[in-house]
Design a protein around this ligand. Structure first.
Ligand code: NAP
Length: 283
């Protein structure tokens, strides 16, 4: 989606991308590299990050550095931010894409899976904010772009920890916007993708042993990356910086909010056909 308010970004920004080893984060890192920025790639696994770093250098990054961190571990996030400041002396943008998903009815979801999804998606975002916002405020400038989800606005069956975490992430982003309204050039943005074709569906925690696919219509991670990076330096007026990545999101939101009696009856069967097949992954 075109951001009419975005400034032309000069190259050479220090851009930190979490979840940079796959899907939306990887596409975002490559786009930032293509624009000639310094990219810092964050996720848990060094080998996959190293491969993306090589691609970023080839794509034109001013520099590409790998920092392994589990965003669910506050000390990891603190050390990551410290490392970026050590190397670059500033942070221009943090594009927070790391996330995980689980499937299964609420009562079938193990306590561990519930904690992992909420711990990564919601508490991980809080840790990123805890350590990044003070840097942006000290600098009096910079962007924190948080990737939420359309599922942070609606309810779907068999994804309770994810839905709860993403409603929480949206609330957190809104809190951060209110708390940072005093600094014009410190921007907190929240981006809500719908269905995106990425490996997240294969790596999902699944307490019902299902096989999951992105429900149509899907968009590409590159399209989401354009929206995420488009928030950096944006001059969108007002405090509400909540961006949907596709027009179809608005249709789903309209039914969820305007016709809940129909939505609640239809979402289960539609979701089952479009996204989820129960049974073994090997079938
Ligand atoms: N795909 C969709 O349809 C869709 C729709 C709406 C919103 N989103 C959101 O978009 C974001 C990116 O999703 P994606 O589809 O691109 O997923 P993906 O392809 O599975 O990538 C997830 C990334 O997050 C990293 N990650 C996972 N847990 C982490 C942790 N605890 N600490 C640090 N890094 C971690 C992964 O690397 P490691 O495993 O190496 O750590 C990987 O780089 C997520 O927040 C997701 O909820 C996705």
């Amino acid at each position: 989606m075109i951001n009419l308010f975005s400034e032309r970004r000069r190259p050479g920004l220090v851009v930190v991308v979490t979840g940079a080893s796959s899907g939306i984060g990887e596409a975002t890192a490559l786009r930032a590299a293509h624009e000639g920025h310094h990219v810092v790639l964050v996720a848990r696994h060094e080998d996959t990050l190293a491969a993306v770093a090589d691609e970023c250098r080839t794509a034109g990054a001013a520099s590409a550095e790998v920092v392994t961190a589990d965003v669910a571990v506050d000390d990891d996030v603190a050390a990551m931010v410290e490392r970026v400041l050590e190397v670059h002396g500033r942070i221009d943008a943090v594009l927070h894409c790391a996330g995980v998903v689980s499937y299964g009815r609420t009562e079938d979801t193990s306590a561990d899976d519930f904690a992992q999804v909420v711990g990564t998606n919601l508490l991980g975002t809080a840790s990123v904010a805890r350590h990044v916002v003070p840097v942006l405020r000290r600098q009096k400038r910079g962007d924190l772009v948080i990737v939420g989800s359309l599922l942070g606005h609606i309810a779907v069956p068999e994804m309770t920890p994810y839905v709860v975490s993403k409603w929480g992430v949206r609330a957190l982003a809104r809190q951060l916007q209110v708390e940072n309204i005093d600094l014009r050039d410190v921007r907190i943005s929240h981006v809500s993708p719908g269905s995106v074709d990425t490996p997240i569906y294969d790596s999902a925690l699944d307490d019902a042993g299902g096989v999951n696919t992105p429900p149509p219509p899907t968009i590409s991670p590159e399209r989401v990356a354009r929206v995420v990076l488009g928030q950096v330096g944006s001059r969108r007026p007002g405090a509400v910086r909540d961006v949907q990545t596709a027009l179809t999101n608005y249709g789903v939101l309209a039914v969820f909010r305007g016709a809940p009696w129909a939505y609640d009856r239809l979402v289960g069967p539609v979701f089952e056909i479009a996204s989820r097949r129960t049974g073994s992954r090997d079938e």
